[in-house]
Write a protein that binds this ligand. Structure first.
Ligand SMILES: [Zn+2]
Length: 878
């Protein structure tokens, strides 16, 4: 009887499923509607909900694409009509064929376009405090899964939607946890005091060409490259007191590598959505404001024949409503939030603004974009194919870039080729020597022809950027770029890449897999006095750290027959095994040295590194941590309280203060800084206030006086290079923006390669300058790198280059028994400036380098460790 009843229930459930299946709503799942004041679903709840939704609806598929940096599931939902979902591989194949007109004829394309769907990728919540889209996404998916209006059915039939409900699940969870922790306190609705991406915080949306982070790589490989979408809708939030929502058109400048039809298509879709939001009676809609289309750091798809539609909604305090009176609304590039204009016809009247408003705008914008994607399916697919046709038939600019076989750093060269390939750029390798533009290139050189579907992506990464001189008004100050102005990877990586204008005729084969650096070599010799390897590459320094971690005794040679900085390892028991292992892990050539090495050297021991973490989170701190974690460089993170406590010399040899404003470092938080600056003035909890304070700063100086090394990066250097400083001052202290402006460009400096901090460098080096200081060095100070020209620009934008001439980009200031090393640039900029990593790594090694005379019995004399190098060799002064 019981069994019979069960069977009956089962039958009726199946029958029910066929007619009117119950699909759980977000409200049923979470106990509140997405957008409810002070209520947020966290990542655990969201992923559980999406799995349930996919189980209950045949319009939704759930997939975990991999694990995030902190090990959470990274999720994508595929949403379409059930009959489309069973043929996903076929639709991916159509996209692939349409993307390459070299293999797909116009007739074939026509047939494929008739069958294909508009692929719409929706990416949410990359910036974790911009929390609303993580909630809205549940509503997008639920409505698509359950509604059957003609609009929804048309969307399901004509499009395939790939919904990435958070591009940074770790941050989503972090922000919701933080919000709940402080709910009901004076700190409710404030931002976390730590980076909300484990390594890179807000810069997770600056990683779309360097592909350094796990989340970026998963999205590019498994969503964007797998689908090659026609449209990517990327959902953000901005400050509270401007427009209610922004949509394209973008403001100038536009990267000239973006196809003109694609640009017009973004203009048209943005305007159409703006129109539909207005039709719904939503005020405060801005187009053509604030956001430019210059850097591929934020825009992958626009170099891959896809639209990027950005919306930025005004923020609340996370999920807490805020009140904004009309007269507190502000101005920005392209708008005054209190005045109507062609691109902002209906200002918002002010009042209460809440999470639910943001969710409401986002839902409207999403369905508007999806309807448009469905309605103009054929046009989107046609344009997609035609953009590819123009790309493969390009007839201007260089024919190709050649990356010559001979390079200084084979690992950076491999990284460049692999970066291009990860972005679906085809790279060839020459199997014989060849000539191009009258130049000779050796066998093994790489060729990147620009006439290929994604040639624009290759071109923008390989070429020099010429950022236009845009002013706030004629004759006025420079207008701030939305982000930075350059991305020339060959400069940042220290790799030669040569544009050639004539067609290259060479024997080549396609590079079909990731390129590996040259393998390391180790030649064992039991009779050798020791071993040496050159220090020209980053790998050589990573290998050096690896040896130091194993307790191996290492010298950097400073005199005699070897180049300054050469790494010398005296013979010792068990050494061959260790060297064999590093030659296996790194690209380096370890050679035996037969006779005892004579002359001067620096004995190096493993520095005890502290990395300062401000409670005003610094992305530069995160990038530094990322580099160290990638390369196995040991460090300890320290916070304000650790420095205030003192006793630093007992624990550390070197303290790194990453890029941050001097005020943030010395006085701590209270207000926010950066892109999303005005999410409301919520105070920071007391335990995170105050910064280093006078006490901490005094301890830092004491640390140096007692023999420690402090390394300051970019703006952090200003805490030491003050107007009243004795040896090192900031030469740019009094310059105004109209006279001098470099908001993120690549400049050239000349380097004193005999100085231990510049060991292994070329005599001139491209550096990443971003609102940086530059130093005047007097008295006891040393300059290690300086601007020799009044035109130091290599790529990007500069005003007032003459202000830099003769100033210093790296300065060393002796302080008591120790020293401060000041960087006037970002040596490990966003994990990209490979060519200047060595300055940072050398600075760390310098902290524990002791001058040492290698006599005939050098292999027996113990190095002095921990003694500051007061007599650094031949440092130039200016
Ligand atoms: Zn954002």
């Amino acid at each position: 009887m019981r069994r019979l009843l069960l069977a009956f229930l089962l039958i009726s459930a199946v029958a029910g499923a066929a007619t009117a299946p119950h699909v759980t709503s977000p409200e049923e799942a979470f106990g509140f509607k997405p957008g409810t004041d002070r209520k947020l679903a966290d990542w655990q709840q969201l992923t559980a909900y999406y799995q349930k939704l996919a189980a209950e609806s045949n319009r939704v598929r759930y997939a975990e694409l991999g694990e995030t940096t902190e090990g959470r599931p990274f999720v994508a939902l595929t949403i379409s009509a059930p009959e489309n979902l069973v043929h996903l591989a076929e639709y991916q194949d159509i996209q692939k064929k349409l993307s390459d007109p070299r293999v797909t004829s116009p007739d074939e394309a026509k047939a494929l376009i008739a069958r294909g769907k508009t692929i719409l990728v929706v990416t949410c919540n990359i910036h974790s405090t911009e929390i609303a889209s993580s909630q809205s996404a549940a509503e997008f998916a639920y409505r698509l899964a359950t509604q059957s209006t003609p609009d929804i059915l048309s969307i399901l039939q004509n499009t395939i939607i790939v919904l990435v409900p958070s591009l940074n699940p770790d941050g989503q969870q972090l922000v919701v946890d933080w919000y709940k922790k402080y709910l009901g306190t004076p700190y409710e609705g404030g931002n976390p005091v730590v980076l909300w991406h484990h390594y890179v915080g807000h810069d997770d949306n600056r990683d779309w060409y360097a592909f350094t982070q796990i989340e970026t790589r998963l999205t590019v490989e498994k969503v964007l490259n797998a689908w090659r979408p026609q449209i990517v809708y990327d959902i953000h939030q901005m400050q509270s007191n401007g427009p209610r929502i922004y949509l394209p058109p973008w403001v100038d400048p536009i990267d000239p590598n973006v196809d003109p039809v694609l640009l017009q298509s973004m203009n048209a879709l943005g305007m159409n959505t703006a129109l539909e939001l207005s039709q719904e009676g939503k005020p405060g809609v801005l187009v053509d404001g604030v956001y430019d289309l210059w850097s591929p750091a934020r825009h992958y798809m626009v170099y891959h024949a896809g639209l990027r539609i950005l919306t930025e909604s005004a923020s609340a305090n996370i999920a807490t409503p805020i009140d904004i009176p009309f007269d507190k609304l502000g101005r920005g590039i392209g708008y005054d939030a209190r005045q109507s204009a062609w691109n902002f016809p209906n200002p918002w009247k002010g009042g209460t603004w809440r999470l639910g408003d943001i969710v409401d705008y986002q839902i409207s914008a999403f369905f508007s974009i999806a309807r448009n994607a469905a309605e103009y399916r054929e046009r989107y697919l046609n344009n997609f194919y035609e953009i590819g046709r123009r790309a493969v038939n390009r007839d201007s600019g260089p024919y190709a870039y050649v990356i010559p076989a001979e390079q200084r750093d084979s690992a950076s060269t491999a990284r460049l080729v692999n970066t291009l390939r990860f972005g679906l750029v085809e790279v060839e390798q020459a199997s014989a020597d060849f000539q191009a533009d009258g130049k000779h290139f050796a066998r093994g050189s790489y060729i990147v022809p620009l006439s290929q579907p994604y040639g624009a992506f290759a071109k923008t990464l390989l070429e020099i950027q010429h950022y236009p001189d845009i002013r706030e008004y004629p004759g006025g100050p420079p207008r701030r770029p939305y982000d930075v102005t350059a991305q020339t990877l060959p400069l940042l990586f220290g790799v030669d890449a040569v544009p050639v204008s004539e067609k290259v005729t060479a024997q080549t084969s396609a590079v079909a897999a990731d390129v590996k650096p040259e393998p390391g070599h180790f030649k064992e010799s039991t009779a050798a006095a020791g071993y040496e390897f050159a220090d020209k590459t980053n790998d050589s320094l990573y290998a050096l750290f690896s040896l130091l971690k194993q307790g191996v005794r290492v010298e950097r040679l400073t005199g005699g027959e070897f180049e300054p900085g050469t790494i010398y390892i005296p013979q010792e028991q068990g050494l061959a095994e260790k060297l064999s292992s590093i030659a296996n892990d790194f690209s380096l050539d370890v050679r035996p040295v037969d006779q005892n090495v004579s002359g001067t050297a620096l004995a190096v021991t493993l520095p005890r590194i502290a990395l300062y973490k401000s409670w005003v989170p610094s992305m530069d701190e995160g990038w530094t941590r990322w580099l160290f974690d990638q390369k196995g460089i040991p460090y300890t993170s320290i916070v304000d309280a650790d420095i205030r406590k003192g006793g630093l010399n007992q624990k550390f040899d070197v303290i790194i203060i990453p890029d941050n404003s001097p005020r943030a470092i010395l006085s701590g938080g209270g207000e926010r800084e950066g892109e999303d600056a005005s999410v409301g003035p919520v105070p920071v909890p007391p335990e995170f206030r105050g910064g280093l304070g006078n006490e901490g700063f005094a301890n830092l100086l004491d640390f140096a006086r007692s023999g420690g090394t402090v390394v300051t990066l970019n703006k952090a250097s200003e805490i030491f290079a003050q107007q009243n400083s004795v040896n090192v001052t900031n030469a740019l202290d009094d310059t105004d923006h109209k006279a001098f402006y470099v908001p993120g460009s690549i400049l050239e400096v000349s380097v004193d390669t005999k100085n231990p901090i510049a060991f292994g460098s070329t005599p001139t080096v491209p550096i990443w300058f971003e609102l940086s200081p530059s130093f005047r060095v007097n008295g006891e100070g040393h300059s290690i790198a300086s601007y020799m020209s009044d035109k130091p620009l290599l790529s990007g934008w500069i005003l007032g280059g003459d202000k830099l001439k003769g100033t210093s980009a790296i300065a060393e200031e002796p302080v008591g028994k120790g020293h401060v090393i000041l960087f006037g640039f970002r040596p490990q900029y966003r994990g990209q400036s490979e060519v200047t990593y060595k300055f940072l790594l050398n600075s760390l090694l310098y902290a524990t380098s002791a001058p040492h005379d290698l006599g005939a019995q050098s292999s027996k004399s113990a190095p002095q460790s921990g003694v500051a190098l007061a007599t650094a060799p031949a440092a130039s002064k200016n």
